[in-house]
Design a protein around this ligand. Structure first.
Ligand code: DQA
Length: 149
């Protein structure tokens, strides 16, 4: 069977992981998180690619491209766009690609404006609060979901 293809999307300011508010986001860099995901993808026989952007339109364009690439599933940390972006929601719905929403921090333990997600009700699932492990949990969960469809 051809390996399932997964796209990992990282939203704004996540390029600063490692130095950005370590009390909330931990000390792992984005490169380290992507490396952990690649190793897990190998173990699960998944193809994986990743993309980070500080721009809403860049993320929307990448989701559109995922359709032509025949990506099977998306792991996305939309960062601050989680709480604001109808454009990202619409792009994900238009793509029809199953996705898991990820957060390093437990957004429900933080400011009220972080409690709302524009994407969560359209996601397969949401993982929040486990630091870098949130991403690997999301990849495992998405893999199970895709295999059991
Ligand atoms: C975040 C939580 C968001 O509220 C915040 O804007 C981020 C990161 C997280 O991973 O915990 O940039 O998505």
């Amino acid at each position: 069977m051809k390996p399932l293809q997964i796209l990992v999307l990282h939203g704004p300011n996540l390029n600063l992981l490692g130095i950005r508010e370590p009390g909330h986001y931990g000390v792992a860099t984005l490169a380290e998180i992507n490396q952990q995901l690649s190793e897990l993808a190998d173990a699960l026989n998944l193809g994986i690619s990743n993309y980070q952007s500080n721009h809403e339109g860049g993320l929307v364009d990448r989701i559109h491209h995922a359709v032509t690439e025949k990506i099977d599933g998306i792991v996305i940390n939309p960062a601050a766009y989680t709480h604001t972006s109808i454009a990202l929601r619409d792009a994900l719905l238009a793509s029809n690609i199953p996705f898991v929403e990820v957060h390093l921090s437990n957004v429900h333990k933080r400011e009220a404006f972080r409690h709302k997600s524009m994407l969560a009700d359209a996601a397969v699932g949401v993982v929040a609060g486990f630091g870098a492990t949130s991403y690997t949990m999301a990849l495992r969960g998405l893999n199970e979901h895709l295999l059991n469809r």
